[in-house]
Design a protein around this ligand. Structure first.
Ligand code: ZN
Length: 675
């Protein structure tokens, strides 16, 4: 592992922070913490932590010894001085003489030691940082070190590799007991540079940030050297069929099987090494031995769901998948009940849905309530695969074990990292919006994202789609919805990115005008291509994915007021829209049995790329009105905005017992009322 410390960079950061009133030792603490965080094989997603002992002056001018330690849940790669919780070191040192310290008392002690009560809770490993004497302490869950410790003979291996530079401490949960053990070990070996925690990670220490960091990199490099060249062709391959279903077809089935107990976003990952891992004959053994370091368990559970290879033409994959998913939940319940008894039955079971799904031949899916959480699960699964592969390359992978995993998974201090976020109503749902690059479509993309949905934005203008998607954290792609192949590819791409589709807002459209008795046939046909046929092809693809999921879905069509109340010379636009209104009803009739709802929004007079200022001028003229009267010419006398239409789409998506309905968003227009 490369030592990334550069004096020039360090000095620049000291200078920058000095201007903000941050001391040089803290600037260096932040600098090397970020260097550790930048190395994904050392720490991911809030794992690992760093600390510094220094002198601090409080408001009364009194100076005292402080421990600044990374707050729980922050990522090292983007650490800022404010993310370091400042604690009164002498209060913490006083805990050393205690025989035991229950969780609740430890939380109280840490809270009391906080210099600023408003600061977040410090890392659960704070006591270890407090008790070790060195000024700077670094802690990582280095992949290479875990590959050594997670072995039946892990202790011996580590002693061989690290010699007298590090001492090995047996696995224990973070807290007083572990901190005391670590300090005792360090006292017995005062010249060591680090402490290896079995099945957990590595601590290094030093007089300066640079020294502690350099020792971390050096020890990890020693571990890497021991593993070098051993991670190739580790797993004997199982007999995977040659022809497999594509990810785009497998993902909705997986998502559907999991979504029987909630709504989930999938994040698919694959690579040669992932496929080698999931294709191994002994997959059930090494993949289910448990996460490589305990803090992963709150994100990926003690075990992944393992599926059979998705054989083409086998026909049984979906059946097997449903069976395996149900079996996973049953086993999780049994695991919970068994270990909860040990705790006197005081825990509440977390949801039993797998967070990692392994598919031989294809790769892995991370599973989460949002795209971000699914990505974290996928990142952790990939890290676990790296470590387990390295461990199996030199021996046999062994984790801290089920009992220890449960104790971490159901440890209040660890669960606190997940936060108690309020779940928005469309969390875990995937919404696709066609014509989402501007106007009503863009407003709709934002409205769905605001309700927690993962949003895919399609538009003829690919750049506009990507820009709108980026503004709402979604996925954007160019797609001409009058081209059936492009639509199929777009739905496949969305299934690969998010796992499937729940809501489709078929919104793309354009207005053509012409007196119906003389209009060119080509104009009318062109309008039908976009304003009717594209809706049909989009809806058909949506139904294909929704049926593969088997958990229903929601189709929403933008049919416009023209569908029921024709305007003069607007036949080329209104006619296909009227057909689309009936298309909506036909989907409601034919696919109600599949749990797929179908509804429409009749909007009128929304300023957009479709109803441009030029168009407003000509439409208002056709009705003998000024542009202003035309736009506000409704019962409420107010202009209707794209955001009003977007809200109607969201409302219909949330109205679970409504299908075959039209919602009017026109400020009130009795001539366009449906009945
Ligand atoms: Zn740790």
């Amino acid at each position: 592992m490369k030592n990334r410390y550069q004096n020039k960079e360090a000095k620049a950061l000291i200078a920058r922070y000095r201007r903000q009133g941050v001391a040089a030792d803290m600037a260096l603490r932040i600098y090397t913490s970020r260097l550790l965080g930048a190395e994904k094989s050392l720490v991911i997603h809030g794992g690992g932590n760093t600390s510094m002992k220094t002198k601090v002056t409080d408001a009364s001018g009194m100076e005292f010894d402080a421990l600044c330690v990374k707050s729980s849940g922050h990522n090292l790669d983007a650490l800022e001085p404010d993310d370091m919780t400042v604690l009164d070191l002498s209060l913490l040192s006083g805990l050393k003489k205690l025989k035991s310290l229950p969780d609740q008392d430890m939380i109280k002690a840490l809270s009391r030691a906080k210099m600023d009560p408003a600061q977040p809770n410090p890392s659960v490993e704070t006591l270890l940082h407090a008790f070790l004497p060195d000024a700077f302490i670094d802690h990582t869950h280095a992949n290479a070190v875990l590959a050594l410790t997670n072995q039946p003979n892990g202790k011996q291996l580590c002693e061989e590799v690290f010699g007298d530079r590090a001492v090995v401490v047996p696995y224990a949960m973070s807290g007083l007991a572990l901190a005391k053990k670590a300090v005792a070990a360090q006292r017995r070996h005062p010249n060591i540079h680090g402490i290896v925690l079995m099945c957990h990670g590595l601590f290094t220490f030093g007089k300066t940030a640079k020294e502690s960091y350099t020792r971390m990199i050096r020890l990890v490099s020693q571990a890497e050297k021991r593993l070098k060249g051993k991670g190739k062709k580790v797993f004997a391959a199982s007999a995977t069929p040659k022809k497999l279903l594509p990810v785009a077809h497998v993902a909705p089935m997986v998502r559907g099987a999991l979504s029987r107990g909630g709504s989930w976003i999938l994040d698919f990952r694959t690579s040669d090494s992932i496929r080698q891992f999931v294709g191994g004959k002994d997959l059930a053994r090494y993949a289910q031995a448990g996460p490589v370091t305990p803090d992963h368990v709150i994100r990926i559970k003690p075990k992944p769901l393992i599926l059979p290879p998705p054989k083409v033409g086998g026909g049984n994959f979906q059946k097997e998948l449903l069976k395996e998913a149900a079996r996973f939940s049953d086993r999780y319940r049994a695991y919970f009940e068994k270990h909860n008894r040990r705790h006197g039955g005081d825990k509440t079971m977390r949801d039993p849905t797998p967070r990692v799904v392994l598919v031989p031949g294809l790769g892995l899916f991370g599973v989460g309530e949002t795209t971000r959480i699914a990505a974290i699960a996928a990142d952790m699964a990939a890290t676990n695969i790296d470590v387990i592969t390295a461990a199996e390359g030199i021996g046999t992978f062994k984790s801290a074990g089920e009992k220890n995993m449960f104790d971490i998974e159901y440890w209040a201090l660890e669960a606190a990292k997940l936060g108690a976020a309020k779940v928005p109503p469309l969390a875990g749902r995937v919404a696709v919006i066609t014509g989402g690059g501007s106007g009503i479509g863009a407003a709709t993309a934002k409205a769905f994202a605001d309700q927690g949905a993962a949003v895919a934005v399609m538009d003829l203008d690919g750049k506009a789609a990507i820009d709108v998607a980026a503004s709402v954290g979604g996925f954007g792609l160019g797609c001409d919805v009058t081209d059936a192949q492009q639509i199929e590819r777009a739905f496949d791409a969305i299934a690969e990115i998010y796992g499937g589709v729940d809501v489709v807002v078929s919104n793309a459209g354009a207005a053509w005008q012409g007196e119906i008795g003389s209009v060119d046939k080509a104009v009318l046909r062109k309008s039908f291509e976009l304003n009717f046929w594209a809706h049909q092809t989009v809806a058909q693809n949506a139904v294909r994915v929704m049926k593969a999921q088997g958990v229903g879905g929601c189709l929403l069509f933008n049919t416009s007021k023209q569908a029921v109340n024709p305007g003069a010379d607007f036949g080329p636009y209104g006619l296909p829209k009227a057909a689309t209104l009936f298309l909506m009803r036909q989907y409601a009739v034919d696919h109600g049995k599949d749990g797929i709802r179908s509804n429409a929004v009749n909007a009128d007079r929304i300023r957009s790329g479709l109803l441009t200022n030029g168009m407003i001028a000509s439409r208002s003229q056709a009705r003998g009105l000024t542009a202003e009267n035309y736009m506000g010419g409704n019962l409420l006398g107010e202009e209707v905005l794209a955001e009003d239409v977007a809200k109607a789409f969201v409302d219909l998506a949330l109205s679970l017992k409504t299908t075959g309905a039209v919602m009017t968003v026109d400020g009130g227009n009795i001539a366009a009322a449906l009945r």
